[in-house]
Write a protein that binds this ligand. Structure first.
Ligand SMILES: *Cc1c(COP(=O)(O)O)cnc(C)c1O
Length: 389
């Protein structure tokens, strides 16, 4: 057989057949009411921190995911940060974060005054594994006065952040039972999970708080933006207040009752997002067709396969990923080099967070499976319109 890289390219070409074309990893698409809504903001002057599209995107989001409330904010990182703050994180608390995630998950913990405590990922699948987390806590944590403490550092372990990596659902139910046992608060990172369901329920809606992102490379974009999802009305009101400078309502006076944040989503961005959300269903249908094509193209190859959704889960297939069955950085990079040389934009997963300079000293579990994923997973072009022929 030719090299594995050549074989991967041959199979990717079945999905992306045009050798002349540049295939980006993920491109946004604006085919609906984007210009009209953004134009309305400009014509009316409502471009900034208030306006009807902000209320509308919050209602549209809550309705789509089936949460009682959504609070729009300026990006996904701040959505995570404010969720941690609102959930009661205290400075110096540790929060369990997978080492295999985008850096923003850990950064948000730091921005909120906490310390990320890195955990491994399941052997099969890209997300945290509930039974391994339970075993790890059994060893390294203890409950005192109704709080979970890290035996080694003595610090409180405040919570855990399940992440739905690449749009594949994390076992939040399993993690929730571990969290309950160890008095941990769950803040879900659903930045990559808009349109992902578990047994018919949208991710981020069964816990207390979850954060979405609408960055340009996500399924739905507002340019930059994010949202907090919650079923708790009081919490939602508190987060809205806190993210809008904690200003008290008054016809003309500026009165603020806390050190608030300016994390609000501008109306201009919300307008773009409202139009994007109208096309979410059709986007998800196309993503599914594209994922099926990749799965089909790699069928029967012993050395590599395409990551599929788990039973009971409906993935949004945000980014399609090829997994080499034998983790090997050199082979991974050979595949990446070849695909990128062919103008097929491909990327590895993120450098594991515990290897980054600012997180090298952070507390962590034994990391094993995440290292294997890092050396074996390759993301390939996944824009929804690639499903159109
Ligand atoms: C995109 C992303 C974020 C952060 O979102 P921004 O809107 O870019 O701040 C957080 N976590 C994960 C897993 C992401 O993919």
């Amino acid at each position: 057989m030719a090299s594995l890289a050549a074989e991967v390219l041959r199979r990717v070409r079945k999905v992306l057949p045009d050798p002349q074309r540049f295939y980006a990893l993920h491109e946004p698409e604006f085919r609906g009411n984007e210009l009209e809504y953004v134009g309305e903001c400009i014509r009316t002057g409502w471009v900034s921190s208030a306006g009807r599209f902000v209320d509308r995107i919050e209602a549209q989001l809550a309705d789509y995911v089936g949460a009682r409330r959504a609070v729009a904010v300026v990006n996904g990182t701040t959505a995570l940060q404010i969720s941690l703050v609102a959930a009661g994180l205290r400075p110096g608390d540790e929060v369990l974060v997978p080492t295999l995630t985008f850096v923003a998950t850990a950064n948000a913990v730091c921005h909120a005054g906490g310390i990320p405590h890195f955990i491994d990922t399941a052997r099969n699948g890209l997300n945290a594994d509930a039974s391994s987390v339970a075993a790890y806590l059994e060893d390294s944590a203890q409950i005192a006065a109704g709080e979970c403490r890290n035996r080694r550092t003595g610090r409180r372990i405040f919570g855990i952040m399940p992440v739905h990596i690449l749009g594949h659902a994390c076992d939040v139910a399993g993690l929730a039972s571990v969290a309950k046992k160890y008095h941990l608060t769950i803040v879900e990172d659903v930045a990559e999970g808009l349109g992902t369901f578990v047994n018919g329920q949208h991710v981020g809606t069964c816990g207390r708080l979850a954060a979405l992102s609408f960055n340009g490379n996500k399924l739905v974009t507002t340019g930059g933006g994010g949202a907090v999802l919650t079923n708790d009305e009081k919490l939602a009101d508190g987060i809205k207040h806190l993210t809008t400078t904690a200003k008290l309502p008054h016809p003309w006076e500026y009165v603020h009752d806390r050190v608030g944040y300016n994390f609000r989503m501008p109306n201009l961005n919300a307008a773009l997002g409202c139009a994007q959300l109208e096309q979410l269903e059709s986007c998800l249908r196309k993503k599914r067709v594209l994922a099926e094509r990749y799965l089909e193209a790699f069928h029967g190859l012993p050395e590599a396969s395409v990551i599929a959704e788990a039973p009971g889960c409906t993935s949004n297939y945000w980014l399609n990923a090829i997994r080499l069955h034998e983790p090997n950085m050199a082979v991974r990079d050979e595949v990446l080099q070849l695909l990128n040389d062919q103008r097929i934009q491909s990327r590895p997963l993120w450098r594991l967070l515990h290897k980054l300079p600012m997180y090298g000293d952070a507390p962590r579990a034994d990391i094993k499976h995440a290292l294997a994923h890092e050396a074996s997973v390759i993301n390939v072009p996944s824009s929804a319109f690639l499903a159109e022929r």
